[in-house]
Design a protein around this ligand. Sequence first.
Ligand SMILES: [Mg+2]
Ligand SMILES: [Zn+2]
Length: 219
Amino acid sequence: MLVLFDFDHTVIDCNSDTHVPDELVPSIKEDFNVLSRTVQWTELMIKDCLKTCPMDPNMIILFKKLVENNHNVHIISDANSIFIETILEHYGVQSCVESIITNPCTITKHDDGTEYLMVTKLCGDNNKHSCEQCPVNMCKGEIVERMIKESNQPTAYVGDGSNDYCAVKKLSLTKDYIFARRGFALQRRLEKEISGDHVIFWNDWKELLDSFTLKNIIV
Ligand SMILES: [Mg+2]
Ligand SMILES: [Zn+2]
């Protein structure tokens, strides 16, 4: 089976994009006041900060079980490559994931020692997607459609946000599975429209893990 995960609020229990400034800004302010000097965010600081993004132990078990059961696991996310790779590596699950489809990110060091985090849109001016519902930088629906066509396997999609909606609409409700996190936009939207054995709403990662077992996707 093809098993596709969103990342923020799905694999991890936070938004990696906002977690970094939220965590780093207070420490910078503190240093600034005490030492009266400018403190830069270095690559190391950002990576250390990313390691505090929480990943539930049951999520780690789920990744490992999916691989043990010969499923093909991929991440489709509007975060960026460095954030996702750093977090997966920190929790020892990087090898469980076959590919990460996300915005490319690089760290550039300048001569004066400053470091810049450069995030490029997955869909830039040269490769625009054609979906009118999705944000310009990414249509998860088009990505999912292409992956399903290429792999020709039943698919499970795990997500929480409004940008996961387009993706799950590409799935078949007879052979594919949707796992939508409760309390987030995707669930609120789906609950009004579809139901059945192939739409699963989950609260926490223990419940997500149990649902995969219940549906006989993992043993
Ligand atoms: Mg999300
Ligand atoms: Zn779309």
